[in-house]
Design a protein around this ligand. Structure first.
Ligand code: UDP
Ligand code: MG
Length: 311
């Protein structure tokens, strides 16, 4: 029997890119006649024509399936929904904008057949990306890899081909705050990294503003390391030590020279500094508690409104 590859594509307002994507994926997969395919499009609450395009594809192409969310739940939720609902022996995640070149698929499949559990892709260049975004991305990877035991590969995309076993392991991680790059790394398995040059989005525009990426980066840190809490505690301890020696110094100075009241500007600075650090630490703790709160509420990660079965 032929093996089946499921391709999961998360789409949020991708009506411009979808026709180009569909054409390309059709071309690539038709050439791979040794396997069967299932295309699982996840419409992440798009407000444009995305869903009607997906319905059109599903009605004329048996390989096409889709899930449509009741609202926008974010790419992480879309990927998770896809992973939970596909039936393939091998599963891959792709963006709809052709930034994850489908042309790499035959090579990825070959590597999986050679015995890898997972074939990931990573961009070796960030060409075509605003320099400031690349700079912050680099800083983020340096920072998180210093703090977290789970390795995050710089430039790694969500585009990867995995065996059913790897996908089942990922699905078994049911956390609400999902940070897939970390989850893939957390589950382990033998991974091959395929490198390629960055490709520009084929049509439409990016859904990730700088701010959204920044919040996503914080989510990644909070989800995979508690080091910021330790850093807060260490800073607190250091401040206590400094204060202790400062007190000693002032007591001795007053005994020797007697100068009880001068020095209020420096006091103001110290109070500002310390209260700033306190607020920062509270913020850090708050961030963890907020995540805990969301986790405990146990809300569904996504809500499906319709699928191809409703057609
Ligand atoms: N996406 C999604 N939900 C969102 C935002 C994005 O499903 O809330 C999808 C989007 O349609 C695309 C993929 O995630 O297929 C990557 O998004 P995008 O290309 O905008 O990100 P970039 O490549 O610029 O980082
Ligand atoms: Mg993109």
């Amino acid at each position: 029997m032929k093996k089946k590859i499921s391709i999961i594509v998360s789409c949020y307002n991708e009506a411009k890119a979808l026709p180009l994507f569909y054409k390309e994926i059709d071309k690539v997969t038709t050439k791979m006649s040794e396997v069967e395919f299932e295309f699982m499009f996840v419409d992440d609450g798009s407000s444009d024509n995305t869903l009607s395009l997906l319905k059109e594809y599903a009605s004329k192409d048996k390989r096409v399936r889709f899930l449509s969310f009741s609202r926008n739940f974010g790419k992480e939720a879309a990927m998770y929904a896809g992973l939970c609902n596909v039936t393939g022996d091998y599963i891959t995640l792709m963006d709809a904008d052709l930034q994850d070149p489908p042309a790499l698929l035959p090579k990825m499949y070959k590597l999986i057949k050679e015995g890898y559990d997972s074939v990931g892709t990573r961009r070796v260049t960030r060409k075509g990306e605003p320099p400031i975004r690349s700079f912050f991305a680099r800083c983020f990877y340096k920072l998180i890899n210093k703090m977290s035991k789970t390795e995050m590969v710089d430039g790694a995309r969500d585009y990867r081909l995995m065996t059913r076993q790897v996908v089942d392991s990922i699905i078994s991680l049911k956390e609400y705050n999902r940070y897939s790059k970390g989850l893939f790394s957390f589950v382990g398995y033998k991974t091959y990294w395929l490198e390629y040059e960055n490709v520009k989005r084929v049509a439409g525009e990016t859904k990730w503003s700088f701010w959204k990426l920044f919040i996503y980066a914080i989510d990644g840190i909070v989800a995979f390391t508690t080091t910021p809490l330790i850093i807060s505690a260490i800073i607190g301890l250091l401040m206590c030590l400094v204060a202790f020696f400062a007190i000693l110094f002032i007591i001795l100075k007053t005994i020797i020279y007697g100068d009880p009241t001068s020095g209020w500007p420096s006091l103001v600075c110290i109070i500002l500094l310390i209260s700033g650090i306190q607020m920062l630490s509270l913020g850090v703790i708050g961030e963890y508690i907020a995540k805990l709160y969301l986790e405990v509420k146990n809300r569904p990660i996504y809500i499906i409104k319709e699928t191809e079965k409703d057609l």
